[in-house]
Design a binder for this molecule. Structure first.
Ligand code: PEP
Length: 242
């Protein structure tokens, strides 16, 4: 099996001590895969100091460089604490926090200025899938956010395909749905941006379905929410990658 990316999005969960304990358990696993943990901003510095083999990323970043933006965290601050990645475009930020493609474009720009790698999340909601519009939705999300970046900038970006209806619902997309969408995304990006992206799958990935998901040829890794909070579940997912 090729080298995969296995990323855990802790969302607004885990204290710093709980996060450190989790990192210590994951670090004990011998794996060739790239493991990334996305703790809260409050824990980011401590987790980045603790992690030796695991990479660490921020779940969000400010869209501005610095200045009077109360409550925001700049990409320079993220870089400062030795985080390597930033998650941009997660559906919870789109839907609950009302961020849009213009915000994501600005955030990615800020990340690239600091040499931070980006995991850019895209995906359709249930209504859009039921109407058969999933490809037009993801291609619009990709075009509106990525078309102004050059190929060298784009090489720092990984795509995470996360159908909104599969996030936190326990109901993952099946292999046919994953395979056809990942192939579509890769082909669309090749034609539109002359770039070969890695594409992660996200949405109710857990120990019981991880091996099946990894069996999809077009899956370069997974972005895991709920199942990344418990060491045994997350370690099972890492092991399922081979
Ligand atoms: C996510 O929020 O990115 C995610 C994939 O969540 P879950 O694994 O809990 O569906």
């Amino acid at each position: 099996m090729s080298r995969k990316i296995i990323a855990g999005n802790w969302k607004m969960n885990l204290s710093t001590n709980q996060g450190i304990e989790l990192i210590q358990q994951i670090e004990a696993v011998d794996t060739k895969h790239t493991i990334i943990a996305f703790p809260s901003f409050v824990s980011l510095s401590s987790i980045a100091k603790e992690a030796q083999k695991i990479s660490v990323g921020a779940q969000n970043c400010g869209a501005f460089q610095n200045g009077a933006y109360t409550g925001e965290v700049s990409t320079q601050m993220i870089k400062d604490v030795k985080a390597e990645y930033v998650l941009v475009g997660h559906s919870e930020r789109r839907v609950i926090l009302k961020e849009n493609n213009t915000d994501f474009k600005a955030k990615i720009q800020r990340c690239l200025e600091q040499n931070l790698k980006v995991i850019f999340c895209i995906g359709e909601n249930l209504e859009q899938r039921q109407a058969g519009n999933e490809q037009s939705i993801v291609s619009e999300q990709l075009s509106q956010v990525l078309s102004s970046f050059n190929t060298s900038e784009l090489s720092n970006i990984t795509i995470a395909y996360e159908p909104v209806w599969a996030i936190g619902t326990g109901k993952n997309a099946n292999n046919d749905q994953i395979e056809s969408m990942h192939r579509f995304i890769k082909q669309f990006c090749k034609e539109s941006f002359k770039t070969q992206f890695k594409v992660l799958y996200g949405g109710s990935c857990k120990p019981t379905n991880a091996q099946e998901i990894f069996s999809c040829k077009s899956v370069d890794g997974v972005l895991v929410g709920g199942a990344s909070l418990k060491a045994d579940a997350f370690i099972s997912i890492i092991q399922a990658a081979g």
